[in-house]
Design a protein around this ligand. Structure first.
Ligand code: CP
Length: 307
């Protein structure tokens, strides 16, 4: 396992199985309250060039809870980017103000580019439809918390598998651990071929289907639901063709099995009916709250505050 100290976290593809286990184990200790104050004297910048509620606010809360300081950009129109400053100039400048930079950007590869421009660690908080590694860390932690393992599970992913960066990152991680995957999407929003080829190369069993009802015999442990990413469609008419394709209700859960756990990176639009929230199957708010100890752990590891 490579040390996390001073390391940029850009893609799950850069990580080993031991790296992922280390993040989950450290998160467990943080959540139990065994590790505290490890960001004292550290400053984190959160630069969000795309909207966010959970990722930005849980990073900021994570810094406060661990004794560090945080500042950032939540609205790019209030930064000098609106005067025409380049992304590279903004990044180089802010790197002199902080010890770690957390970046969300609509362009795929933006976090990688930033990590190559500056000498402090960059954490990718989502780059276009590409990757969202810290979401995957909290997803893995939540799965381990619920099942006591991150392997040998049957996991369905449903919704926008083409543009959903959370499912791209998570698929790679679940394949590394060894799980069986079921992909449920409209034909136009299938998991990208490159990711399916990676699964083939790793001999990971997977099935693709269009209708959730067809998964009734799949004995799924988890259904990971995603929003159809309206903002990624070039043509609004193409979005309208698939909007509202799926809607998970109590009745559908009954078809899939009483033990099914339902995850969602959130935000949700209409793909999970609110009546599902009060079932024991729904764990998406637990999942969202696990973003805090997970991001505390990650920041502690990259700053050297945690070993
Ligand atoms: N899951 C997630 O990335 O949520 P936000 O877009 O609210 O940060």
């Amino acid at each position: 396992m490579a040390s996390f100290r001073d390391r940029s976290i850009v893609s799950i593809r850069d990580m080993s199985l031991d790296d992922l286990k280390k993040i989950v184990q450290t998160t467990e200790k943080v959540k139990k309250g065994e590790l505290e104050g490890f960001l004292k004297g550290r400053t984190v910048a959160t630069l969000f060039f795309e909207p966010s509620t959970r990722t930005r606010l849980s990073f900021e809360s994570a810094v406060f809870k661990s004794g560090g300081s945080v500042f950032g950009i939540a609205n790019p129109s209030a930064s000098s980017q609106s005067k025409g400053e380049s992304f590279a100039d903004s990044i180089r400048t802010v790197s002199g103000y902080c010890d770690v930079m957390v970046i969300r950007h609509p362009v795929e590869g933006a976090a990688r580019m930033a990590s190559e421009l500056i000498d402090i660690p960059v954490i990718n908080a989502g780059d276009g439809a590409n990757q969202h590694p810290t979401q995957t860390f909290l997803d893995l932690f939540t799965i381990n918390e619920q099942f006591g393992r991150m392997n040998d599970l049957r996991i369905g992913m449903m919704g926008d598998l083409k543009y959903g960066r959370t499912v791209h990152s998570l698929t790679h991680a679940l394949a590394m651990f060894g799980n069986e995957l079921t992909f449920i999407s409209p034909p136009t929003l299938r998991m990208p071929g490159q990711i399916l080829q990676e699964l083939d190369g790793l001999h990971i069993p997977y099935t693709t289907m269009e209708n959730l009802e067809d998964a009734r015999n799949s004995a799924l442990d988890i259904l990971y639901v995603t929003r159809i990413q309206k903002e990624r469609f070039g043509d609004p008419q193409e979005y309208e063709k698939v909007a509202g394709t799926y809607r998970l209700t109590r009745e559908t859960i009954g078809l899939l099995g009483e033990e099914l756990r339902i995850m969602h990176p959130l935000p949700r639009v209409d793909e999970i009916a609110e009546e599902v929230d009060t079932t024991s199957n729904a764990i998406y708010f637990i999942q969202a709250h696990n973003g805090i100890p997970t991001r505390q752990a990650l920041l502690g590891l990259v700053t050297g505050g945690l070993e």
